[in-house]
Design a protein around this ligand. Structure first.
Ligand code: BGC
Length: 499
């Protein structure tokens, strides 16, 4: 056994500063740890195409966009998208060229279970993901697998979708099939991508399927089911698979930054409230020490519901047993972060709605560069604040950044994307090396241009350009590719970009 004195002298010989110094202090300020995971991401409906091939069942986006082609600005849909179902080997090569050590993709639930249930298991769907996973591993690329990224089997929407609490049972059986078939090789699972976006499909959002307008009621019911489904999938892994498969299970939360518009107490409280209503509503039950929804969310929804004569809070509250069941069900916090807004105290949204319940109005940081998706600006410091907020709210959980990227109109000389990535990555490195936040990985969105939901193919996030007029869907690296490749390979933000 080594005595403390021996340890100290050993550290001095090794040139390590003091015993108390964090591990990060031994790195240059612009450097990431050697084991840091860099990746690039996509999602099934956005890239796969092959919407009705080889036994795949219809999902809510197939259904919604076939019935309402005018709901995307260019009338497009994901029927073919990047054709990744046929071109996955090319995609693996793109990831390899980019020097990433991980590729984040999602599994299309209805490609595996066409009815959403286990009465039909589509072997060809399983074969597809086996080929993709094996191809990645052969190229030393770790698969980061999202179980659900918005494309719910239509059959499950026909019985109500996420507001129906029975979806917990369907999700957990789907998760079991994934662990059984892929868990020997997949070591990083995310149950649900951006539950806060999923629920927008039940609050009348014109861009998101299933387009149910049940604002302030159905969306809260979906929150409840999504949290229980996540917890059930985690617990299943923990109890039946972890010992043999040794992987990690988390969830990807979408967290924008909300900065108080002024120093007033009301605006400071409003910015915090907005974070709690949109990120805390999912994060607090899973990651906080006490569990359950954030108190401010519970109180405001209950008060508004009472004032309007509802029989109970529109928020579906958890029993004490449910609080315990959900609490602690993750091995890491997945964070998708894109941009920031100034937040003020004030009413917004119609009643009832989550916006109305939150009571926060958002502005825009008009001094910062605006992207092609006009609501979205390049505000790098918001990323550092987001990472610090997550670390402070949910201490003890490592953070895995699962999405971050910049939208434009498809330029090959994508300087806006270079500016965004280099500035945001600098802020992430500062959060790690200067603030001591434990970030273990970062996934750039996206490996390639793809179907961007309501904006179709008009808004592009790709590091690779995809020619959607070419039947072969040719992929070509953009200018940002070389900059990112160097950062991913060297795990260093080059001096010229580090600010
Ligand atoms: C979603 C992606 C989407 C990206 C850019 C995220 O909300 O997970 O599917 O493409 O943002 O809008």
């Amino acid at each position: 056994m080594t005595s403390p004195g021996h340890t100290l002298s050993l550290l001095v010989i090794l040139g390590v500063g003091t015993l108390a110094a964090p591990e990060s202090s031994s790195r240059a300020l612009n450097q990431l740890p050697a084991d840091f995971i860099f990746g690039a991401g996509t999602a099934s409906y956005q890239v796969e195409g092959a919407w009705n091939e080889d036994g795949k069942g219809e999902n809510i986006y197939d259904h919604w966009l076939h019935n309402n082609p005018n709901l995307t600005v260019d009338g497009s849909n994901g029927d073919v998208a990047c054709d990744s179902y046929h071109k996955y080997e090319t995609d693996i090569q793109l990831a390899k060229n980019l020097s990433v050590s991980a590729y984040r993709f999602s599994i299309s639930w209805s490609r595996i279970l066409p009815t959403g249930d286990t009465n039909v298991v589509n072997q060809k769907g399983i074969d597809y993901y086996n080929n993709l996973i094996n191809g990645l591993l052969e190229n030393d690329i770790e698969p980061l697998v999202t179980m659900f990224h918005f494309d719910l089997p239509q059959k499950l929407q026909d019985i109500g979708g996420w507001p129906n609490p029975r979806l917990v049972d369907y999700f957990v059986e789907y998760a079991r099939i994934l662990y059984d078939n892929f868990g020997d090789r997949v070591k990083w699972w995310q149950t649900i991508n951006e539950p806060s976006s999923v629920i927008m499909g039940y609050s009348g959002s014109p861009a998101l399927a299933p387009g149910i307008d049940s604002s302030g009621v159905g969306d809260y019911m979906a929150v409840y089911t999504l949290l229980k489904a996540h917890a059930a999938a985690y617990r299943l892994y923990d109890e039946q698979y972890r010992a043999t498969q040794q992987g990690k299970v988390g969830i990807a939360l979408n967290i924008m930054w909300y900065e108080p518009a002024t120093n007033s107490t009301a605006d400071i409280a409003a910015a915090d409230r907005k974070l709690q209503f949109y990120a805390g509503i999912f994060g607090h039950p899973i990651f906080s020490a006490e569990g359950d929804y954030p108190e401010v969310v519970k109180q405001r929804v209950a008060n508004n519901s009472r004032a309007d004569g509802y029989a109970r809070s529109r928020l579906v509250e958890f029993t004490p047993d449910e609080v315990e069941y959900i609490r602690g069900t993750a091995d890491f916090v997945g964070v998708n972060h894109y941009t920031s807004f100034p937040a003020s105290d004030g009413q917004s949204g119609s009643n009832p709605s989550m916006d109305y319940d939150a009571g926060v109005t958002l502005g825009a940081f008009t001094d910062y560069p605006v992207s092609a998706a006009l609501w979205f600006r390049n505000i790098p410091w918001g990323f550092r604040k987001t990472l610090n907020w997550v670390n402070q709210q949910y201490p003890g959980y490592p953070i895995f950044v699962l999405e971050n990227g910049w939208p434009d109109s498809g330029e090959m000389e994508d300087q806006g994307r270079i500016d965004y990535y280099t500035a945001y990555l600098s802020e992430m490195v500062k959060a790690m090396n200067e603030d001591g936040v434990d970030v273990i990985g970062y996934v750039a969105w996206s490996l390639m241009d793809n179907f961007e939901w309501g904006t179709g193919f008009t808004i592009r996030y790709g590091i690779h350009h995809v020619d959607f007029d070419d039947p072969d869907r040719k992929r070509t690296p953009k200018a940002s590719f070389a900059v990112l490749e160097e950062i991913f390979r060297t795990k260093t933000i080059p001096e010229q970009y580090f600010r």
